[in-house]
Every structure is written in structure tokens, then in C-alpha cells.
Design a protein around this ligand. Structure first.
Ligand SMILES: Cc1ncc(COP(=O)(O)O)c(C=O)c1O
Length: 501
């Protein structure tokens, strides 16, 4: 067993080519004591790609945050900023967010009472489970898959059972979900008792549904309006809470590869939380308990900086209050209090919104154009497929690639690293652990590539390298030449990944 540093193992140590990292792009420090049990590239690849997504550092709003922090430090706001904050978070930030959301999202009329400040989407996902689920009563977390893999452990920490729900080109497969919800509700089991005490500010939902409805990580898909509405209706019928990781919503641009203006200051689809507010009588309809069935889990990680560890959660006012009463928040007040005051300043001045519209959207948009143009030229002729090719608006950090049969993502990813010093993520790491047997829940023929980190000029070259590997494997297969090394690599990757879960 050898202790390894990520920076040593992301690419191929023997390659003369510069590493191109379309996997995530940066090295994350391992804990000093961390010892890899498998000193093998497949394992390291899997572990590396299971890390968080990182924006290119040239896109960080350093000076905006510096100026905002100066304004806080040189005003009376500094004292509350350095003390414990209110449970629901910095009021100015809640007001600023509500006003931005109302102009950005269609059918949105957000107010501060619907918003609670969080320590980011991951931290708040754990808080939502702590406050609104119970290991005895809550039956399942239905996860739209392929899925953001770092959420899996958060669900497991809450002792919930994980179930995969496939998606098609419109988003979540609601027919499948409906069947499974019905089956689950019918099975004998606990209907009454909860481990958690009765709490007037909270409620316990029967099911959780986890989705990334816009520009998803990893599938890059956007859920259509029809599916969003169907999903909200289904959640209401089955006492389910939809947790929508709305972390990429602001990172959007026109899909056209020749579009010159890549800035869009309005979303085209309402969030699930807004649909829940207005659809069929909304959250205050007769017979409803006012908690609602959808929560928007937002984050500054993608629109400001991940190190700022601040986000927001929006739901009904009753729901937002419940979030603010989570034990760890009730003790110390909302997390990230100091950072929240900087962000409130940056929003009040309009600088952060301008950063999103004038820097992030055009920069990611250009990167997207370069990558997709290269994919169209190099990969589509080889039989590779992309999802949702008819969209007007695209966004996020990723492109999901379906390989032509019989190519396997693990083999392609391994050979990309070994032969081309190119890092890409194989589809299997986005499978819901323990639920991969049914159609649409395993992704051995897929890859995810990220355009957010690697230098813009390297993106097309990365795709060319990927194409070379695919062409080589296809030529070998056509010549009926088996590559035993590649085959054994794939097996090892699957085994080590499962072992680690
Ligand atoms: C879907 C999704 N949710 C949550 C996160 C993490 O958000 P945060 O940094 O706010 O915890 C990410 C980051 O990669 C993500 O892609």
C-alpha cells in the first residue's frame, strides 16, 4: 500500500504529452493519513473523478469579493458578520437573492421568508434529510440517474435506501417513478412510527426525490416543463419531497454553436419550487399542509467560488423556517455567516450578477462551443451520441457522451489516460450504488467530459485525443483483436469502485 498524492496520478506519468483533464481539472488534497488500498490506476481514476467540480481559477470573482469584504469590514455590518448569525441567515442576502430570483426565473415571486441561507448545496442536503426524513418512516430516496455521485454518501449517512430512476430525453422517467412509488406505498411496512420526535416546525416525508433539473451533473440534460409539472403532481400524491440541486441554473447560454452573444439574464423554465408554488392551487391549496413538496437547493459554488461554502434553500415560508431549525443551525445560527455578508454586498452592488452574465456565461459558453464543435467533427462520425440535441439553451459544466456499441467507458477512459494523457470520467461512477440492474440505471457505455476547468485552447485537442482512442479501439474490434489488458482494467475498476462504496 502506497500513500499517493492526486497530483501524481491524475494523468499518465510516462506520457510526453501535456495532461488534458476533462474529468475535473484540479488536484484535491488527500487527507495526510489517507492510504490508497489499491495502488492501481483504475482505482485512482475512479476516486479522482468522484471529486467535486472545479471552475477555472481565472473565472473566480476575486476582486468583487475583495471589494465586498472591504465594504463589510469598514462598516457597522462587520460586528453582526463576525457574530453568530440568525437561524435563517443574513437578512440582506436573503432579500437580495429573492429579488434576483424573481427577475431571473419565470413564474417566480420569491421573498426573503421563502429563503434560508446554507453552507452550500452539499451541507444543506444533509440538513434537509436531518429535518425532513426519518430512517423508520421515509422509505426511499429516488435518485434521477446518472447522478451526482457525491450525494450518495449524504443519503447513506441518513440511513435512507437509495433507488435509481432512469431519465430519457425529457428528463426523469415519471411513469417508472410512479410505478415504484405505488409499489413502495403498498408494501407492508412502517406507516406511523418515527425515530425522531414530533417537531412543530418540521414534517417527515414518506419519500425523497433527488434531481438536478437544469444542465445536470452528470447527464447535462434539462428536465422539460411537462416532466417538471408531472413530477410535482406525483410528489404531492405520494408525500414526497423533491430536492432539486439548482446549482447550475445561472450558467446558461444559447445552444447555437455560432451564437455571438452568450449572455442570458432570464431562465427559460420555472424551477420545480416555483411550479409547486403555483400549480393546481399551489402549496396553499385546500388540504395541503403548507410545507410544499419541492425545495430548491442552491449554491454560490458555481457562480462565485466553491471555497465560499455558502448557498441557499428556497421552499414555502413554512419549509424554509423548518430548514433554519435543523439542530446544527439552531445551535450556531446559519452557516457561513461572514461569507454571506460579503455575498450580500456583491449582489446589492450588482457586481456578482454582472460577473455571471458578462464573465461566466460567455466564458463557459465559448468553452462549450469549442468542445461541442470538436465533438461534432471528431466523435459523432464515430457513432458517439449526445443528449437533447434540439435545445435552445444549454449550460452547466458537462457534456455526457454515449459511446457506440460495444465500447465501454471504463476501457476508453483507461486507454485515454495511458495512451493520450487525457482524463475523462467513465459512466459507472454516476450509478446509484446498489441499484444498477434495471434498464437505464447502468452507464458502462458512457463518459462525462467537463469544459469548466481545462484551458479553453485544450478542449478541442482533448476531444481529438479521445477520438484517436475510440478509432483505435474500433479498429482493433473490427480486426477481432481483443485487448486483454483493457478488458481486465474494466473489471478491476468496477470491483474497486463497488468495494469503496
Ligand atoms: C449537482 C451538484 N450538487 C451539489 C454540488 C456541490 O455544491 P456545494 O459546493 O454548494 O456543496 C455540486 C458540485 O459539483 C453538484 O454538481
Amino acid at each position: 500500500m502506497v500513500a499517493l498524492n492526486f497530483s501524481e496520478v491524475v494523468g499518465s506519468p510516462s506520457s510526453s504529452q501535456k495532461l488534458i483533464n476533462l474529468l475535473r481539472g484540479h488536484t484535491a488534497p488527500l487527507p495526510a493519513t489517507h492510504v490508497l488500498r489499491f495502488n492501481t490506476y483504475p482505482f485512482v481514476s475512479w476516486l479522482t473523478s468522484s471529486s467535486r467540480r472545479w471552475p477555472n481559477t481565472s473565472l473566480l470573482p476575486t476582486s468583487i469579493l475583495e471589494k465586498a469584504s472591504q465594504r463589510v469590514f469598514h462598516s457597522a455590518a462587520i460586528n453582526p458578520a463576525l457574530l453568530y448569525g440568525p437561524d435563517d441567515g443574513d437578512e440582506k442576502l436573503r432579500v437580495q437573492l429573492a429579488s434576483w430570483f424573481t427577475t431571473f426565473f419565470p413564474h417566480c415571486s420569491s421573498v426573503k421568508d421563502r429563503i434560508c441561507i446554507t453552507g452550500g448545496a452539499s451541507q444543506n442536503l444533509a440538513c434537509l434529510l436531518q429535518s425532513f426524513t426519518d430512517p423508520l418512516y421515509t422509505r426511499n430516496v429516488f435518485i434521477v440517474s446518472p447522478a451526482y455521485m457525491l450525494a450518495f454518501r449524504i443519503f447513506q449517512d441518513s440511513a435512507l435506501s437509495l433507488r435509481a430512476v432512469p431519465e430519457d430525453d425529457e428528463g426523469i422517467d415519471v411513469d417508472f417513478l410512479q410505478q415504484e412509488l405505488k409499489k413502495s406505498d403498498k408494501t407492508a411496512g412502517n406507516n406511523d412510527s418515527c425515530l425522531k420526535p414530533d417537531r412543530p416546525w418540521g414534517k417527515v416525508y414518506r419519500h425523497v426525490i433527488y434531481a438536478v433539473p437544469a444542465f445536470s451533473n452528470p447527464s447535462s440534460k434539462t428536465m422539460t416543463l411537462k416532466r417538471r409539472e408531472e413530477l410535482v403532481r406525483l410528489a404531492r400524491e405520494h408525500n414526497a419531497l423533491i430536492i432539486a440541486d439548482d446549482v447550475y441554473d445561472f450558467l446558461q447560454w444559447p445552444a447555437s454553436l455560432t451564437a455571438e452573444s452568450l449572455s442570458l439574464d432570464k431562465a427559460i423554465l420555472p424551477r420545480l419550487v416555483d411550479i409547486d408554488r403555483y400549480l393546481d392551487g399551489g402549496t396553499e391549496r385546500e388540504g395541503a399542509d403548507g410545507f410544499g413538496n419541492a425545495a430548491s437547493n442552491g449554491s454560490f459554488s458555481k457562480i462565485a467560488a466553491p471555497g465560499i461554502r455558502t448557498g441557499w434553500c428556497e421552499g414555502t415560508a413554512k419549509f424554509a423556517y423548518g430548514v433554519s431549525q435543523t439542530g446544527s443551525t439552531r445551535s450556531g445560527g446559519a452557516p457561513s455567516q461572514l461569507a454571506a455578508t460579503f455575498l450580500a454586498e456583491a449582489l446589492e452592488s450588482g457586481e456578482l450578477q454582472r460577473h455571471v452574465y458578462e464573465t461566466l456565461q460567455p466564458s463557459y459558453g465559448i468553452r462549450y462551443q469549442r468542445m461541442v464543435t470538436a465533438i461534432n467533427e471528431e466523435l459523432i462520425p464515430l457513432g458517439v451520441r449526445l443528449p437533447q440535441t434540439d435545445r435552445d439553451v444549454v449550460g452547466g459544466y458537462f457534456i455526457w457522451i454515449t459511446l457506440p456499441d460495444p465500447l465501454k467507458g471504463a476501457v476508453v477512459a483507461q486507454r485515454c489516460r495511458d495512451e493520450e494523457n487525457l482524463a475523462v470520467a467513465q459512466g459507472e461512477i454516476f450509478e446509484v450504488p446498489g441499484d444498477t440492474d434495471r434498464k437505464g440505471t447502468h452507464f458502462e457505455n458512457a463518459l462525462r467530459v467537463c469544459f469548466a476547468w481545462e484551458e479553453e485552447d485544450m478542449l478541442a485537442e482533448g476531444i481529438r485525443r479521445l477520438a484517436r482512442v475510440i478509432r483505435k479501439i474500433q479498429a482493433e474490434q473490427n480486426g477481432s483483436e481483443k485487448n486483454p489488458e483493457a478488458t481486465s482494467t474494466a473489471t478491476a475498476t468496477e470491483e474497486t469502485a463497488k468495494d469503496f462504496w
